[in-house]
Design a protein around this ligand. Structure first.
Ligand code: PRP
Ligand code: URA
Length: 209
């Protein structure tokens, strides 16, 4: 699938296996989500443009490369996406952070919006949407539609676990978005939870189970 990267890096797979274990503590879970986000972000941001800059080292003058003007916006989907922010922020500390609040209706599994605050200059930025779980795809599809409505043009979506149904749905709705998936799982159960998955990511990050 064009614009889709499914990671096979052993460090990411190892950390996801620990996340899946129901015995993993909230503290360790949160730490691992942050680490996986950083590892995924390292690859997802490998196409950031560079520009030449003249500097002087203690030895001599030289031309070296720095990130070009294109700025970043990170947009976590609340709540669980919040767990991925600091991992990516540690790579690009100057990134602005917007927030989109969506929760899945437990009966219909459809996302319902309750919050949206995005940086003003979205059109000039590379927007990285963060959510550990891509299940039916409804939340990611709606969040990205909101970002586009606010002017977002170059958009990346990073998740830790995806179901094939959600990946197909997101790719179909937004084929221009670059999607990064830590692991592609088997599918969804009758409650639209990812199998084998890791349970409810928001509850496990914030200890609200
Ligand atoms: C979870 C998850 C995604 C969404 C994925 O959030 O963090 O946002 O479900 O499901 P979908 O692909 O079927 O839309 P949830 O609605 O449980 O809210 P929470 O993060 O506040 O727990
Ligand atoms: N949201 C989660 O947190 N987990 C799932 O498996 C599906 C949606």
């Amino acid at each position: 699938m064009k614009n889709v990267t499914i990671f096979d890096h052993p460090l990411i797979q190892h950390k996801i296996s620990i996340l899946r274990n129901k015995k993993t503590s909230t503290n360790e879970f949160r730490q691992l989500v942050e680490e996986i986000a950083m590892l995924e972000g390292f690859v997802a941001l490998s196409d950031l443009p560079l520009t030449d800059k003249e500097i002087e080292t203690p030895i001599e003058k030289c031309t070296t490369q720095v990130l070009a003007g294109r700025k970043l916006a990170l947009v976590p989907i609340l709540r669980a996406g919040l767990g991925m922010v600091t991992g990516v922020q540690s790579l690009v500390p100057s990134a602005r952070v917007g927030h989109i609040g969506l929760f899945r209706n437990e009966q219909t599994h459809e996302p319902e919006e309750y919050y949206c605050k995005l940086p003003k200059t979205l059109a000039d930025r590379i927007v990285v949407v963060l959510d550990p779980m891509l299940a039916t795809g409804g939340s990611a599809v709606d969040a990205i539609a909101m970002i586009k409505k606010h002017g977002g043009k170059q958009i990346k979506f990073m998740c830790i676990i995806a179901a094939p149904e959600g990946l197909r749905c997101l790719h179909k709705a937004h084929p221009d978005v670059q999607i990064y998936v830590g692991h592609l799982d088997r599918g969804l159960n009758e409650n639209a939870y990812i199998c084998p998955g890791l349970g409810d990511a928001g509850d496990r990050i914030f200890g609200t189970r």
